[in-house]
Design a protein around this ligand. Structure first.
Ligand code: ADP
Ligand code: ADP
Length: 226
């Protein structure tokens, strides 16, 4: 689904990514793991089209990503950041509906889709009428997921989706997300610094350190490695 060929990215003298080559399989869940500063978020933002490599190339579905094709690319990507990345001045439903409205979806179509996704993501429907500040962390996260799923994109990119949650809620949401990923059958790439979470949710783990991919494999392969 995605292929990176010799991708490097520098911020000033610092390398966020160094010569990264990687293939991300369609229909599976891939976790980018590694310590803080390893380059995980930078890599994910490149898949979204929010960052561009200084060297190398990102290929999506057989075609190199270009700035010109970015709007089209974004419609095929659902992107979720910590706490959902919601606009504070919009209620949850308006946050989620933003892109669909831009594309001219009718009110009934939007309402219908919101209802379906709220059920799928186990968000109480009255929560859709609340502002982000009046939602719990877990609910904000679900609204972020609903927003990302509105256009039914084939790809879901998640940056520390559960990072801001307390351990009990986090655990419950992990189980829900696993069920959701299985049912949706989308290509999912998630960033986490939690190895257990990665092993639980992902088919393939990609271990980054200092901007390099140091290991790729299933959780079993990585954990059994000498
Ligand atoms: P991770 O997600 O693994 O914590 P990041 O991708 O956020 O790592 O960052 C990788 C490196 O690039 C870090 O050294 C970070 O400080 C640097 N970096 C990331 N984004 C920026 C930016 N916008 N400006 C300057 N440095 C950045
Ligand atoms: P911009 O890129 O300037 O933020 P867009 O029209 O692309 O404007 O997006 C409007 C809002 O929708 C932004 O808040 C953005 O974070 C969110 N958004 C854009 N693309 C996606 C996506 N693929 N998945 C989830 N949210 C998105």
């Amino acid at each position: 689904m995605f292929e990176l060929h010799g991708v490097s990215k520098q911020y000033g003298p610092r390398f966020a990514l160094r010569d990264v080559s990687l293939s991300i399989a369609p229909g599976r869940t891939t976790a980018l793991i590694g310590p803080s500063g390893a380059g995980k978020s930078t890599l994910l933002r490149m898949l979204v089209g929010l960052e561009w490599p200084d060297a190398g190339e990102v290929v999506f579905d057989g075609a190199p990503l270009h700035r010109k094709g970015l709007l089209e690319h974004r419609r095929r990507i659902g992107y979720v950041i910590q706490e959902g990345g919601l606009f504070p001045h919009l209620v949850a439903a308006d946050n989620a509906a933003l892109l669909a409205r831009t594309l001219g979806w009718s009110r009934p179509r939007i309402a219908n889709r919101l209802e379906t996704l709220a059920a799928l993501c186990q968000l109480p429907e009255d929560a859709l009428e609340r502002y982000p500040a009046a939602l719990s962390g877990g609910q904000r996260q679900r609204v972020g997921l609903i927003r990302a799923l509105m256009l039914d994109p084939p790809v879901l990119l998640l940056d520390e989706p559960l990072g801001a949650l307390d351990p009990i809620i986090r655990h419950a949401l992990q189980a829900q997300m696993r069920g959701l990923f299985e049912r949706l059958g989308k290509t999912v790439v998630m960033v986490t610094h939690d190895l257990a979470e990665a092993a639980y949710l992902a088919d393939t783990l990609v271990l980054l350190r200092d901007g390099r991919v140091v290991q790729t494999g299933t959780a079993r392969e990585l954990l059994d490695a000498p």
